[in-house]
Design a protein around this ligand. Structure first.
Ligand code: ZN
Length: 71
C-alpha cells in the first residue's frame, strides 16, 4: 500500500517547530495549501526521508504519520 504525501511549507508547532509531513488526505482536511508534493511513498518513513531533502527538520504528523513522528 502506498499513499500520497506532502510536506507543509509552513512550520507547525507539534510541539516542536517542524515542517510536518502529512498524507494528502489529512493535508486537505487541515486545509494546508502551502505545501510541496512528495508523491507516492510506501509509508510515512519514506515520505519523511524525501521531505528531509527539502527541510532538514521535517517530521511526520502525529495523526497521519505516527511511525515517523519524533515530536
Ligand atoms: Zn497529518
Amino acid at each position: 500500500m502506498s499513499n500520497y504525501y506532502i510536506v507543509n511549507n509552513n512550520q507547525t508547532r507539534n510541539p516542536g517547530l517542524h515542517h510536518e509531513v502529512h498524507t494528502l488526505e489529512h493535508a486537505n482536511k487541515l486545509g494546508i495549501v502551502n505545501r510541496i508534493s512528495l508523491g507516492y511513498c510506501v509509508n510515512e518513513v519514506e515520505a519523511v526521508r524525501k521531505a528531509r531533502t527539502y527541510y532538514q527538520d521535517a517530521d511526520g504528523c502525529a495523526i497521519c504519520c505516527p511511525n515517523a513522528h519524533r515530536g
